[in-house]
Write a protein that binds this ligand. Structure first.
Ligand code: PMP
Length: 295
């Protein structure tokens, strides 16, 4: 039976689980003042935290790169996530987790003896759905105007949000970022792939120029395991325009085909065979993780 009143959403702020509408941080938090922090978005499926270990590792790398101390241990972080799921009765959705350098008088240099802030929010989705978006998206290309440490999952996302806004204003799914040399780096919040004329999957190497997606790692792993050809090498916008297939990946989008770029179709504009295969391989991967967890 559905409850008569919807239960209030519960969020986590620095050691406390509280009603979402009362979940505040101080105006002197360095996340608010400087975007001095990092984040993770983690998918929840059937009550399972997907690829939790990989997200913890990436979070630790981001924190270390910015010399922010983890406010709690990984074990505590996992317990907080479990408690947040329990309090929200969440089976499907995504966790947003953010750590900033903490609250201090506004000075550019790092504050001393300040505890980093930790907040978590949960967005629930109504029912279990495929990890993959079966609709075909469209995209525009835009210059990649970001900094040289895109591998850090920093909350400083102005270039990404400006690009995404431009894409959405044109009714597109995503913006594809292209660097000064004409190479495609990634999407505004996704990794980008093409399939070349030999059927090889190409994607930008996971170096400082892109955010190494957790979905990217899993998709490349299952692709290789199933005999698909994968090359982590840069490709140009021109190569992408002439690709056999194009797709993007992220925690929230799964594997999503892109059928049109800058108003021109990629091949016939439909989901290609490699993308279709990857979608089902990735769905199987998620399903298997779930089965392992309940076994
Ligand atoms: N690149 C960027 C710039 C992103 O913001 C994201 C999503 N946060 C990704 C790639 C995809 O990463 P993931 O698969 O871990 O969601």
């Amino acid at each position: 039976l559905e409850p008569v009143y919807p239960m209030p959403k519960i969020s986590y702020v620095n050691g406390r689980f509280i009603n979402h509408r009362d979940a505040f941080v101080h105006i002197e938090d360095r996340g608010y003042q400087f975007a001095d922090g990092v984040y993770e978005v983690i998918a929840i499926h059937n009550g399972l935290v997907l690829d939790e270990e990989q997200h913890m590792e990436r979070l630790a790398r981001s924190l270390a790169s910015l010399r922010i101390d983890a406010p709690v241990s990984d074990a505590s972080l996992k317990l907080i996530i479990q408690e947040l799921l329990r309090r929200n009765k969440c089976q499907e959705g995504a966790i947003y987790l953010q750590i900033t350098r903490g609250v201090a008088k506004r000075n550019h240099e790092f504050p001393k003896n300040v505890r980093p802030s930790l907040v978590m929010t949960l967005s629930k989705t109504p029912e279990r759905h495929s990890m993959n978006n079966r609709t075909v998206g469209t995209a525009i290309s835009l210059p990649d105007i970001r900094w040289e440490r895109c591998d850090i999952k920093s909350i400083s996302l102005l270039p990404n949000i400006l690009a995404k806004q431009q894409a959405v204003e044109g009714k597109h799914t995503d913006a594809i970022l292209v660097n000064d040399e004409g190479y495609v780096t990634e999407g505004s919040a996704t990794n980008v792939y093409m399939v070349d004329s030999k059927g090889t999957i190409l994607t930008h190497p996971a170096n400082h120029s892109i955010l190494g997606g957790i979905t990217r790692d899993s998709v490349l792993k299952v692709a290789r395991r199933n005999g698909l050809k994968v090359e982590e090498r840069r490709f140009t916008l021109k190569e992408l325009q002439n690709a056999r297939e194009m797709f993007i990946t992220s925690t929230t989008k799964g594997v999503m085909p892109i059928g049109m770029l800058d108003g021109k179709k990629i091949a016939d504009g439909k989901t290609g065979p490699v993308t279709t295969q990857l979608q089902s391989l990735y769905d199987d991967y998620v399903e298997q993780k779930f089965n392992e967890a309940v076994a």
